[in-house]
Design a protein around this ligand. Structure first.
Ligand code: NAD
Length: 260
């Protein structure tokens, strides 16, 4: 389905981003990986994906907290692969604290990585996509792009902002062959959530297993995690012809979280 397409997935060295990158590669797209981590491990991921899916896979460690670096990632990818068809803005971080204690540096870091990076990436990618008269922009927001929780001021603000940005870009690109949508996952068991489970276990003096059950019971009626592979499937659907008229919207993959 995606043969001859080129996709960038930011924050794809781990978790949801890696699940999305693998699904797009499985469908035939060349991939530019991005994110932090051990250089040797990243190179192993890159080579394994090339071998398993018979596509070209590059890696660029651009820091998504820096607007110029985000724009550089788009340029480098177009130089390397000659085109750009799919941009998945996925890199994200979390920090939790009551607002009076929320460190301003954490506020800025979350806004930069979880929101502003998508602005810079989209602005830099659109000319190429418009010229090609086809493009897919998928912003990985969150259930927290639609509803709030306590102690997540920066994250909820950034993710609501990302859903708003998605609507604007959907309108500005309508009819151009480019679509822009947000995907809003509920809990997905990745390092980002593993830390929150450990925090709950430590604060309440309970086991990891009990903390996991509490985390799910509080928000996610299905009582199951969504998986990175399922998020990959959602992004792949948005890249399919069936989704040509889906733009400017947010799709929840949250086990019923936001239906409540
Ligand atoms: P993760 O911690 O497993 O992965 C985050 C990725 O982003 C990693 O590859 C990391 O290296 C990269 N990254 C972090 N800071 C970066 C920076 N400055 N520059 C470049 N790359 C950077 O987390 P995840 O759970 O897979 O999260 C991926 C996205 O999904 C995030 O936007 C997150 O907010 C969102 N999300 C996650 C969940 C969940 O339950 N895990 C739920 C809803 C939304």
């Amino acid at each position: 389905m995606l043969n001859d397409k080129v996709a960038i997935v930011t924050g794809s060295t781990s978790g949801i981003g890696l699940g999305i990158a693998k699904e797009l590669a499985r469908l035939g797209a060349d991939i530019m990986l991005n994110g932090f981590g051990d250089a040797g491990e990243i190179e192993t991921i890159r080579k394994d994906m090339e071998r398993e899916y018979s596509v070209r896979v590059g890696y660029d460690g651009a820091d998504m907290s820096k607007g110029d670096a985000v724009r550089g990632l788009i340029e480098t990818t177009i130089e390397k692969f000659g085109r750009l068809d799919i941009l998945v803005n996925n890199a994200g971080i979390q920090f939790t604290a009551p607002i009076e204690e929320f460190p301003p540096a954490k506020w800025h870091a979350i806004l930069d990585i979880n929101l502003s990076a998508a602005f810079h990436g989209i602005a830099a990618a659109l000319p190429q996509m418009k010229e090609q008269r086809w493009g897919r922009i998928v912003n990985i927001a969150s259930a927290h792009g639609l509803v709030a929780s306590t102690h997540k001021a920066a994250y909820v603000a950034a993710k609501h902002g990302l859903v708003g940005l998605t609507k604007v870009v959907g309108l500005e690109t309508a009819g151009s062959g480019v679509t822009c949508n947000a995907v809003c996952p509920g809990w997905v068991r990745t390092p980002l959530v593993e830390k929150q489970i450990s925090d709950i276990a430590a604060q309440r003096g309970i086991s990891q297993q009990q903390a996991t059950a509490e985390l799910l019971a509080e928000k996610q009626p299905s009582l199951n995690f969504a998986s990175p592979a399922q998020l990959g499937g959602t992004v792949a659907f948005l890249c399919s012809a069936a989704a040509d008229q889906i733009t400017g919207t947010a799709i929840s993959v949250d086990g019923g979280w936001t239906a409540q």
